[in-house]
Design a protein around this ligand. Sequence first.
Ligand SMILES: NC(=O)c1ccc[n+]([C@@H]2O[C@H](COP(=O)([O-])OP(=O)(O)OC[C@H]3O[C@@H](n4cnc5c(N)ncnc54)[C@H](OP(=O)(O)O)[C@@H]3O)[C@@H](O)[C@H]2O)c1
Length: 308
Amino acid sequence: MAFLFKSSAERGRVWGEAFARLAPDVPFRTWPDIGDAADIRYLAAWTVTRDLLHGLPNLEVLFSVGAGVDQLDLSQVPAPVKVVRMMEPGLTDGMVQYATFATLALHREMLDYRQAQADHRWAPRPLLPADGRRVGVMGLGNLGKAVLAALRPFGFPLRGWSRSGGTVEGVEIFAGADALPAFLSGCDILICLLPLTGDTRGILCRKSFHLLPRGAAIINVGRGGHLVEADLLAALDSGHLSGAVIDVLNTEPAAADHPFWSHPRILLTPHVASQTRDDSSAEVLIANIRRHQAGQTMQGQVDRTRGY
Ligand SMILES: NC(=O)c1ccc[n+]([C@@H]2O[C@H](COP(=O)([O-])OP(=O)(O)OC[C@H]3O[C@@H](n4cnc5c(N)ncnc54)[C@H](OP(=O)(O)O)[C@@H]3O)[C@@H](O)[C@H]2O)c1
């Protein structure tokens, strides 16, 4: 019963130490030195090849080292293998910080002040109180809910949208595709925290932008595949949207001539909104192995039919 690690060397060092301390009964192996492939019950990786997956006859769980599983081709993962995405406090903390920063940057019109500074213009603007700026979050999972909780004390009117709805204290909730237009119509700042699936690919598109109020701004911290980049440029250039904070792109890293690099209404960051933290993620992963061994559902276990 061994664990196979296939990710960065530094994370491997931290995780190897955590396994030695917390799970000495689970031998820790680092790809490509897998030893006897028949021993491997658990595999943690960002991406895996079909050959690797099918060369592990006793694999029980595939752990993604990131918050999503969209980088994996789930159709290549043998049916009995459980798939688990990363849900750990370091990832949540990073996302809360980034989404709060991006919301405040847009609310406090930092794109305009960035331009004014570049132009040497001293150009104060009236300050809109937070209760005049409606913020909406698409995706009410682990991260979406944490971001909403962090934004609440500022006084923004908050709304959230997800497949199944539910309740979140202090947040107006919209559920399902039919409710998307009503949700979007009340978002001055829209934050995308959806997983990338067949249903959500391209959801930030011309049609959605036109359902947002004129002057709205977007923050994409989901995946690059959520955004139709040409539609964002058109909506910004027409003035319908006022700005965007973009952390993820369809193709990363951005090409040298990508139009987002120099767009005055876009703040672009290189997929850094949050990152799996090596120490806290090791503990979460080992706790999940223990759950699995006890026949319990693991935290972050993916519903393979839904794709998230
Ligand atoms: N930029 C970065 O650095 C970074 C870092 C971490 C994560 N992320 C992204 O953030 C995403 C969200 O993470 P999470 O941990 O919060 O995920 P999660 O817990 O799985 O939550 C996903 C949420 O999205 C909703 N959803 C899924 N499909 C939908 C659809 N078709 N229509 C409406 N709602 C839908 C789900 O609705 P239900 O509640 O009804 O199931 C759920 O509320 C990840 O998948 C990843 O892509 C980005």
